[in-house]
Design a protein around this ligand. Structure first.
Ligand code: PGA
Length: 268
């Protein structure tokens, strides 16, 4: 795992977009897995700027998005379809037929999910997957649970996710309570993964993830510990607790204090 700690969210987005551009410039027909939410917004802005400057070309790039809320039409300002078009696709030269987004409507979600996974397989998997992280450790909408699903699937959203994402809706009651998401198996099959986390509200989950050496289905991001080409890009705020705890690991008092919570206190 490669951990990069940027000064702030702006620098983190410069590093993340730089890596994406490098991959596209190495492989013109890159299969790119994309995330939504607050975190990648700045990164997408930089990709648009790079496209406008002519330093990156999306003609042959294929994209697959991680997830979508159930029941939101694609014109809804809170749908991830709308988000992707307004924040990236409408401003770059990606071909319509190369964009793959999950739909929040289907007569048969099992079929929709299987088709999505099959399409990804047809492209020989995702070359580079961009991820954010939820405050509860979800990636995509793979929510903490006793079991985690490998394939694309419909999921109930946890209270933590509803609270985190309710900022985008008039109120929590108007939020969809379910989503369709790429599964952890598909994410883990991506050849490279970039996870971006910025801001102080991500400090606890980042510490829990990076200072652990265990896979915990209640911290879905922990499955990434098994990936062999993962880059974690943090800003100083998101990295703060991880660094604090890391310094304390091995310190006798800290170990004593943490003896009831082995997971949080173990080394990388
Ligand atoms: P955020 O969400 O970027 O809005 O913080 C990230 C996520 O939930 O994966």
């Amino acid at each position: 795992m490669n951990i990069i700690i940027a000064k702030d969210a702006k620098e983190a987005s410069e590093i993340a977009s730089g890596k994406i551009i490098e991959e596209i410039n190495t492989k013109k027909s890159l299969v790119l897995g994309l995330a939504t939410g607050d975190t990648p917004l700045q990164t997408y802005k930089r990709l648009i700027e790079a496209y406008q400057k002519g330093t990156v070309d999306f003609t042959d790039v294929k994209t697959f998005n991680l997830d979508e809320y159930l029941g939101l039409p694609k014109e809804d300002v809170n749908s991830y379809n709308y988000y992707m078009h307004t924040n990236l696709f409408d401003h770059i030269n990606i071909k319509k037929e190369n964009i793959h987004l999950l739909s929040g409507f289907s007569d048969d979600f099992t079929k929709t999910a299987n088709n999505y996974d099959e399409m990804i397989d047809e492209y020989n998997g995702i070359d580079l997957q961009v991820l954010g992280i939820g405050v509860n450790g979800h990636i995509g909408f793979n929510e903490p649970n006793s079991k985690l699903t490998l394939e694309t699937h419909v999921t109930d959203l946890t209270q933590a996710t509803l609270e985190q994402n309710s900022k985008f809706f008039p109120n929590i009651d108007e939020m969809p309570k379910q989503a369709i998401t790429m599964g952890l198996g598909t994410i883990m099959k991506a050849k490279k993964i970039i996870l971006i986390a910025t801001g102080i509200r991500k400090a606890n989950i980042i510490a829990q993830f990076l200072n652990s050496n265990e896979i915990d289905t209640y911290t879905p991001v922990s499955t990434l510990l098994l990936h062999n080409d993962l880059t974690v890009i943090l800003d100083e705020e998101a990295a703060s607790r991880y660094l604090e705890e890391k310094k304390m690991i091995g310190n006798e008092n800290f170990n004593k204090k943490c003896s009831n919570n082995q997971r949080k206190c173990s080394t990388l």
